[in-house]
Write a protein that binds this ligand. Sequence first.
Ligand code: PLP
Length: 483
Amino acid sequence: MKYVSTRGAQNLGGFCDVLLLGLAPDGGLAMPGRIPTFGPEQIEALRGLSYPELAYAVMRPFIDDIPETDLKRLLNDTYRAEVFGHPDIAPLTALGDSGLYLLELSNGPSLAFKDMAMQFLGQVFEYVLERRGEHLNILGATSGDTGSAAEYAMLGKARVNVFMLSPHGRMSAFQQAQMFSLREPNIFNIAVEGVFDDCQDLVKAVNADAGFKERYEIGAVNSINWARVLAQAVYYFKGYFALGLPAGAEADFCVPSGNFGNVFAGYLARSMGLPIGQLVVASNENDVLHEFFTTGTYHVRPAARVAVTSSPSMDIGKASNFERYLYLITGASLGTVSGAQTLAWWQDVGEGRPVNLAGTPHWDAVRASRFVAGRSTHADRLNTIREVDAEFGRLIDPHTADGVFVARPHRRSGVPMVCLETALPIKFEDTVREAVGRSPERPTKFGGIEALERQFTVMDNDVEALKAFVAGRLDDRRRDAQG
Ligand SMILES: *Cc1c(COP(=O)(O)O)cnc(C)c1O
């Protein structure tokens, strides 16, 4: 499989190349040159596979530069009951006989759905780096979920170090404890005196220094990584089969969305032939995606205008993976995918101008793609947490509550609606307590983690201090490796 850029570049190499790539040289995102599809009988043949077998069947058509036995081993090592807390890896639970279901994606080490892909990334990074004799030093910024998922995925990896910046004192107590209690020689937590945007600006400033970046093998694990999107497509198949529908019957999915990576993986699964009906995009008060799917205008918001909400992992004004979706839409509207069209749109996006598709053939293609959208407020999420607890005896987190709230008005009679559970309620204890007046149950392995010793470095918002820190630690690591 040859990969191309959403903005037109043709030769990005194979899966292992784009795995380590970040952005394409033209600024676009990596996409497979074509999307392999399964016919109805091939889909039926996937029913009943274990999670790692299913992952192999779904991902293999996109990965032809890792030998079969190696890829199977990587997937078996990734999707284990001990890591994901359940033999099904992504179990499906019915909410009574309401026709609503929860697809549980948050029983992994960081208690958020990002583990589903990030754990695979940890395995496949180590494998590819080993084969190439390279190292990777991940420099990232987090306001919570991505940082802990990345750190748990890279624990103990010999060829990967993680430098994770977070805004000092601004994460939830649980999130801080999850990250800062890790005591591993390859994990460095840096608490920056500033807000999340300052952390992100520091990462950008280090990446802008090409010499430093190359010398210290700096890379990223952000949500535009193709391997993350691909690994996420697997659980749509898993959730669909768990419904036990007759062959070919449709199911709808509802996805709490921010960077559009998770719901795009659902679109990928549908494009491969899985009978998904509607894809419901759920937003919070930061509703750029809702605005697009209801009006045809995509207008990104600058960081200063992104609201701080009780579903913070969706507080995003610019949905990185949305570019992949519009790129595929050009294929439907123009007959063949157009990097030139995507490039033209993203020139506007990059300069803060709205892209308006209403009245164009592209908008007809968007409507035909069966995406619908909705949004919730803080009060909606609290009410939904309360209702789901009262009606079904099940506590959900504010992101999942956003999904359930938005899903309800889109229910179709006789068609199941699968809501993706993107985090466990314990991660957002304060909001859950505000809703139901009690704290969620805590998985035993996290009992008392707030009391564990924490290891992190407090740093001024200063790029030179950050570079000196990274360089110093990496020089130490290299010396240790030699001595
Ligand atoms: C990251 C995240 C989201 C948003 O997912 P995207 O792939 O960015 O759309 C939703 N909920 C939780 C809990 C998350 O951590």
